[in-house]
Ligand binder design. Structure first.
Ligand SMILES: [Ca+2]
Length: 209
């Protein structure tokens, strides 16, 4: 086997091994954190008055703000995350971008009450960092009225994307289900390494001729 052929085999093998694991999409239900910060996800509450705070109490696979008055809270429920805000605080899943790039969000919010109390009345929104008043995507959720929030968001490494639920005008039967995926960009360093290897390959082929 020629040197050039060996390099081609090496580059193809490297691509097969590394790139599928780095790009692609992740399920936010599968990535729901057992500990704060796990998988770059945090279970939080938010209000304009008090900012963000981690939900502090973990019971049977769920996060609650208080053991005495358990709102806001969120937990995995079947193939969804069940989220419940309070009167004055959003319940928020915060995702910290592991690297700079464009992330593709495909989120579905739906009623989680089973129709009790006429179904939930909530507002789902996605915003960057602390920009709660400037949502990138938003929609209202009610019985038989899911909200689909879909879009591309550029995030610098370390920036937060907030997936939030607001109780709306009143907190009454506001259990809301969330499922969806985040499409991950390829890390810039890996893309650069790919270009570098391609450059080496071209050089090697030229030398052979
Ligand atoms: Ca409501």
């Amino acid at each position: 086997m020629s040197v050039a052929s060996r390099i081609i085999v090496f580059v193809v093998a490297l691509g097969l091994v590394s790139f599928p694991a780095l790009a692609g999409s992740v399920s936010i239900v599968e990535k729901f954190p057992d500990t704060q910060g796990q998988n770059d996800f945090w279970a939080q509450e938010y209000s304009a008055a008090s900012g963000f705070a981690d939900l502090a109490h973990w019971y049977t696979q769920g996060w609650y703000d208080s053991p005495l008055y358990p709102y806001p809270h969120m937990h995995v429920s079947g193939s969804n995350i069940l989220m419940h805000p309070s009167d004055d605080k959003y319940v928020v899943i915060s995702y910290q971008a592991p690297h700079t790039g464009t992330y593709e969000f495909n989120l579905t919010f739906s009623d989680g009450t089973g129709g009790a109390g006429g179904g939930c009345t909530t507002r789902a929104l996605v915003f960057r960092n602390s920009d709660a008043t400037l949502p990138l995507m938003e929609g209202n959720v009610a019985l038989n009225t899911p909200a689909y929030l879909v879009g591309s968001v550029h995030l610098d490494a370390g920036q937060f994307l907030r997936i939030a639920l607001d109780s709306g005008d009143n907190m009454n039967s506001d259990a809301t289900l969330l499922s969806g995926t985040i499409g991950m960009p390829e890390p810039g360093s890996m893309a650069a390494m790919g270009f570098g290897l391609a450059g080496l390959l071209v050089q090697a082929l030229r030398r052979k001729r």
